[in-house]
Design a protein around this ligand. Structure first.
Ligand code: MF3
Ligand code: CO
Ligand code: CO
Length: 265
């Protein structure tokens, strides 16, 4: 495993890419309402990326080894869908929870990757709590990051907090290094042991994107070749930021005007 150290110029390009990804979420947030379809959310985001930002949606036609090309421009993972949900023509219903995952490629060739949960109308208290605890998991992971900390510290705090709250951590999907490529080393696990794995160095850039299930951790894959769901059909939530390791700590690159602030603690 070799983790790239980004140059100051590359870091500046990544600041731009990640802010743009987060701004797509700012743009789409008011549209996430009862009655809209996830395909319409996809079309709106696609047009915003291409026509307003001049970015390219990284998911569109993305085809890692063993996968069919991804058919849409964003991922929309609804209720018991964990990740990689494909936008379709079903309207959102009151009480749904949905993750919108945006990855843009800038003209300079850099990727920015971020996702948020959205509550559709009034949701159950349990659904809202899952989304809130998952958001706290993300930030607890982020707050371990500094030069000299261990990659395993991130997963350790996330797993501990999720399980303390009665939830489980998805094992099969993880955060990732990111830059000129969508998915680079390292793999950022959302479970594990503190003090294990590589030590972080300034200039490393990776995502943290915990997927937390209300029920058991086991997953199933839908026949569409992409959508991952909870095997027990329990609700699942995910939040994602792209993070730069700095000398003194971390810089969250995927921030924007309307992005939810770190939890108060
Ligand atoms: N954005 C996802 C991630 O956080 C990856 C989506 S791959 C796609 O890594 F092809 F489904 F878009
Ligand atoms: Co993502
Ligand atoms: Co990601």
């Amino acid at each position: 495993m070799s983790i790239l150290i980004k140059t100051p110029e590359e870091i500046e390009h990544m600041r731009v890419a990640c802010r743009l990804a987060s701004e797509v979420l700012d743009y789409i947030a008011p549209h996430v309402q009862v009655g809209i379809t996830t395909a319409e959310l996809d079309r709106l985001c696609h047009d915003y990326m291409v026509n307003v930002q001049g970015t390219v949606p990284a998911p569109l036609h993305y085809a890692p080894p063993g996968y069919t090309p991804y058919p849409k421009s964003i991922c929309t993972s609804l209720n018991h869908q964990i990740c990689h949900g494909i936008p379709d023509e079903r309207p959102l219903k009151k009480g749904d929870i949905v993750n919108l995952d945006i990855t843009v490629i800038t003209k300079a060739g850099f990727h920015g990757d971020t996702s948020r949960m959205f509550l559709v109308g009034e949701t159950s208290i349990q659904a809202r709590r899952l989304c809130e605890i998952t958001f706290e998991c993300l930030w607890l992971g982020i707050q371990t990051v500094r030069a000299g900390s261990f990659l395993g510290d991130i997963g350790a705090v996330i797993q501990k907090y999720a399980e303390k709250n009665g939830y489980s951590v998805v094992r099969e999907f993880c955060g990732h290094g990111i830059g000129r490529k969508f998915h680079e080393d390292p793999q950022v696990l959302h479970y594990g042991k503190a003090g294990t794995g590589p030590q972080l160095k300034p200039g490393m850039i990776f995502t943290i994107e915990p997927m937390i299930n209300a029920g058991k951790a086991a997953i199933s894959a839908l026949p569409d070749g992409w959508t991952i769901i909870t095997r027990d059909r329990s609700l699942s939530a995910q939040w994602e930021h792209t993070i730069l390791v700095t000398e003194t700590g971390f810089e969250v690159l995927s921030l924007s005007a309307a992005c939810p602030p770190a939890p108060a603690r």
